[in-house]
Design a binder for this molecule. Structure first.
Ligand code: KIV
Ligand code: ZN
Length: 385
């Protein structure tokens, strides 16, 4: 089995979902859970984009020690300098530089010739190298770029010091077969490619982000980028929980594994959904409400006899418990504390008391206090503190 690295960009590309705006505490809360989940790298944000994002990236870089923390930057000196200020406290500061390589982006967005694009990419990777050991360079819109041009620029940015090369399907345009061929082509036509890691980054405009990511892995990618619940620009990014569980469940077919703790999937998904306000659709693969629900009589009958008749994934694998602890007005503080623990949120004794008092008040108005109600109480206290 070869180990595939997981690069989580929930806090950067995921936050680029329309309507999502995470504050520093919310980002930290998600970052802590991503660390528990076991992602190899987390892109904490885009430090030059706003003062708030700078502060959030800095707080994450200073706090998270078991996962590499990365910040996004354009290929301009001030972005690199700001990223360094935000990330220098990290265990292993890393930067993610990107520059578009497709004809349409170079001509209309960048207004640069291909030669100028090479020049900018190389000089900014060299500049960043004076501060950062680890540099990921992304050829934005790689899947609509000329492959020969891609091979040429990649060879040069590797010489300049890039340590990870990413080929993003920025507009979700590619297909599994085509994306696989692109990775094969780059692996075979860039002479110094063995010096770096090769990464895929897929958007879901045609609903193929997960399939495209797995095709890239089958053709040389050693890192998959994506987000929790597949949130992100437009139709979103590759859903990391789907990639990881597909590799696990079809390990008879795919000789790859990730270091993710799959039983943290549900909790991670819940925390991201709550804090971003982007609720997960009921029929979403792996973590949708209906993913382990059986409605028809024939299916129910089959599952009662042997769950594997209609379930290829056990709920336990992804941290979904069938244990529904009913919390109502007769419940005590002990059960309440257990429930808070399940959310993966740490509360001080004073915060537990405050949350418990609010919960008790709510039981006067509601027969059943749901997990959603409790989570809201707990997160409001956390956010205020
Ligand atoms: O989709 C994309 O091209 C990106 C880059 C910044 C890597 O998110
Ligand atoms: Zn993206």
């Amino acid at each position: 089995m070869s180990q595939i690295k997981i690069f989580d960009t929930t806090l950067r590309d995921g936050e680029q979902s329309p309507g999502v705006n995470l504050n520093k505490l919310e980002k930290l809360e998600i970052a802590r859970q991503l660390e528990r989940f076991g992602v190899d790298r987390m892109e904490a944000g885009f430090p030059a984009s706003s003062k708030g994002d700078f502060e959030a990236v800095k707080a994450i870089a200073d706090t998270i020690k078991n996962t590499s923390v990365i910040g996004l930057a354009r290929t301009i000196k001030s972005d690199v300098d700001i990223a360094w200020d935000a990330l220098k406290g990290a265990e292993n500061p890393a930067i993610h530089l990107f520059l578009a390589t497709s004809p349409i982006h170079m001509e209309y967005k960048l207004k640069k010739t291909p030669e100028e694009v090479i020049e900018t990419a190389v000089s900014m990777v060299s500049y960043a190298k004076q501060k950062f050991k680890e540099i990921e360079w992304s050829a934005e819109d790689a899947t609509r770029s000329d492959w020969k041009f891609l091979a040429e620029i990649i060879e040069k940015v590797i010489d300049a010091g890039a340590t990870v090369i990413n080929l993003p399907d920025t507009v979700g345009y590619t297909t599994p077969v085509e994306y696989g061929k692109l990775f094969r082509y780059i692996s075979e036509n860039v002479p110094n490619i063995d010096q770096v890691e090769l990464s895929c980054h897929c958007h879901n405009d045609l609903g193929m982000a997960v399939a495209n990511s797995i095709a890239a892995v089958e053709n040389g990618a050693t890192q998959v980028e994506g987000t929790i619940n597949g949130i992100g620009e437009r139709a979103g990014n590759a859903a990391l929980e789907e990639v990881a569980v597909a590799l696990k469940i079809r390990s008879d077919y795919y000789p790859y594994e990730t270091g993710l703790k799959l039983n943290e999937i549900k909790r991670t998904s819940d925390i991201v959904a709550k804090l971003t306000g982007m609720y997960v659709q009921a029929n979403k693969a792996i973590i949708g409400r209906n993913a382990f629900a059986h409605e028809s009589g024939i299916h129910q009958d089959g599952v009662l006899k042997n769950a594997e008749t209609y379930e290829i994934i056990t709920p336990e694998l992804v941290g979904v418990t069938s244990n529904t602890l009913f919390l109502g007005k007769h419940s005590g503080r002990h059960a309440f504390k257990d429930k808070v623990k399940e959310f993966g949120v740490e509360l001080s004794e004073a915060e537990v008391k405050e949350a418990f008092d609010q919960f008790k008040k709510l039981t006067d108005h509601k027969k059943e206090v749901t997990d959603d109600d409790l989570y809201t109480i707990v997160m409001e206290i956390k956010t205020d503190s």
